[in-house]
Design a binder for this molecule. Structure first.
Ligand code: FES
Ligand SMILES: [Fe+2]
Length: 474
């Protein structure tokens, strides 16, 4: 065990190598405040019960108690730029038509007809519509949810005086995303995220990016197990060995910013502390595979006497992205250009605001199988100055396809996701075969998992969510 054990309180031990902040502090272009925050809180060392990953009852409990009370990213504002544009967001059995109204507002209507319940728009679709008309008997609503028409109204005299507008979830707009929450008494999105996380998110200006590549695939494991596979860099050495020569994995930094947001920072352009004796600075450049390395066009910069690989990589990325996007990045720090900033926004969103690999992950439980997760990865680029861009359409991969088969996917990154997929098959099945009642977590490197599970627990302690129709009607 680490020699520090016994001298320090639980959660205080760190890898003895240089810290993420020490690495970043040596960069030529200084890091912004949101990158320099350090915020770790020890939350106990108890095992986490395995039933929560294996049992259908637990998943049903989450659907009843947790999902309806959380702020979820339903879509990008760019999905519905014009009045009449709509996007159907589904979470488990719940479904919402997120629509842009005539006066530019966004509403999230329960996707269910007030006559006999038919879905107004099919799940998984988006498009344009002048109104929301049920395909069964033709009842229709305006985009703001007010009732438009009931065919053969003479037969519904008993509806006189009844409120017939569509029930709605709450909507918030932040970072170019449309967020929804079914709970009329939930805190505002701002309060839910908390001050620190809100400042980070605002600083990234994600509203100035657009999605140029969107890939979806089903992962063979419970949604929490799947998300947790992306919450630490501890697994990099054994699962993604190709990355370790140019990635600070076990000295990554982990932060929690309250119950709903946490992150890790994993530095690139430095060797893993585990391999420090085996690789020189020149080897780091030779082995650099993460980030949008395809954009280098096979070119690897040469290292001159006394130069640090990390700085050379940062300078190269800066020049490369400035050229590719016709922008001035002189104000952008080296760490933003190079490093992996992985944030979780509870319950199911990951944001990676870094410049070299800006991404969004979204995870949703498969409503037909609690041992499966619908996973989406979206890659972002700065919006061009002329405003002329196209949102990527989602490419859906089959189970037997590699992520590298998605059109436009960096092949090196596709391999990384395939490696994670293989682990998830083995982990879901292994947990079900286990004689041990719980999983064990590292105090520091796996703090995001503990924070996440702890937040789940706070919702699981509540009664099932319920709201009256009247409460949901505007
Ligand atoms: S079910 Fe919608 S109009 Fe009849
Ligand atoms: Fe991984």
């Amino acid at each position: 065990m680490n020699q520090q054990t016994g001298k320090l309180k639980p959660g205080e031990a760190r890898h003895p190598d240089e810290t993420t902040q020490e690495i970043i502090a040596r960069d030529a272009h200084a890091a912004p405040a949101w990158a320099r925050d350090v915020s770790y809180t020890y939350m106990g060392s108890e095992d986490i019960s395995r039933d929560r990953y294996t049992g259908a009852e637990f998943a049903a409990g989450e659907m009843a108690r947790m999902w309806p009370r959380t702020w979820q990213m339903a879509c990008r504002e760019d999905n519905i730029p014009e009045a009449g544009d709509y996007y159907v967001y589904d979470i488990g059995p719940y479904s919402f038509v997120v629509a842009r109204t005539q006066d530019g507002e966004i509403r999230a209507h329960y996707n269910s007809c007030l006559h006999r319940g038919t879905k107004l728009k099919p799940s998984g679709t988006e498009g344009f519509s002048n109104d929301l008309k049920c395909p069964f008997h033709g009842w229709s609503w305006n985009l703001d949810g007010s009732l438009k028409d009931i065919p053969e109204k003479w037969d519904f005299a008993h509806l006189e005086g009844r409120k017939m507008c569509l029930p709605q979830a709450r909507v918030a707009r932040l970072g170019g995303f449309v967020w929804i929450n079914m709970d009329p008494s939930a805190p505002s999105l701002e309060d839910y995220l908390g001050e620190a996380a809100l400042a980070h998110l605002k600083a990234w200006k994600l509203e100035d990016r657009y999605i140029y590549l969107h890939v979806q695939k089903s992962y063979p494991a419970n949604w929490k197990l799947t998300m947790e596979a992306f919450m630490e860099a501890y697994h990099v050495g054994d699962t993604h060995p190709q990355v370790a020569p140019a990635n600070g994995d076990v000295n990554s930094q982990y932060d929690t910013f309250g119950p709903n947001v946490d992150r890790f920072i994993s530095t690139l352009g430095v060797v893993s502390p585990k391999l420090r004796d085996k690789y020189t600075e020149a080897d780091i450049i030779e082995n650099f595979t993460l980030g949008d390395s395809s954009a280098m066009g096979g070119q690897k910069p040469e290292l001159k006497e006394g130069q640090r690989a990390r700085q050379v990589m940062a300078d190269m990325f800066r020049a490369m992205f400035e050229q590719a996007t016709n922008t001035d990045l002189s104000h952008v720090s080296d760490t933003e250009l190079l490093d992996t900033y992985s944030y979780t926004f509870f319950p199911n969103l990951f944001l990676f605001p870094g410049i070299s690999l800006p991404m969004i992950y979204r995870f949703r439980p498969d409503p037909r199988d609690h041992r499966r997760t619908i996973y989406e990865v979206m890659f972002m680029r700065p919006k061009p100055l002329d405003g002329d861009f196209e949102m990527a359409e989602v490419q859906i991969l089959r189970d037997d396809q590699s992520f590298a088969e998605a059109e436009g996917m960096d092949p090196g990154f596709g391999v990384i996701l395939d490696q994670d997929t293989d682990n998830l098959y083995a982990q879901q099945e292994g947990l079900e075969a286990s004689a041990k009642p719980g999983i064990t977590l590292a105090d520091y490197q796996e703090i995001r998992i503990r924070n996440f599970e702890r937040t789940i627990d706070t919702y699981m302690a509540l009664a099932p969510f319920a709201a009256s129709l009247e409460e949901l009607q505007p």
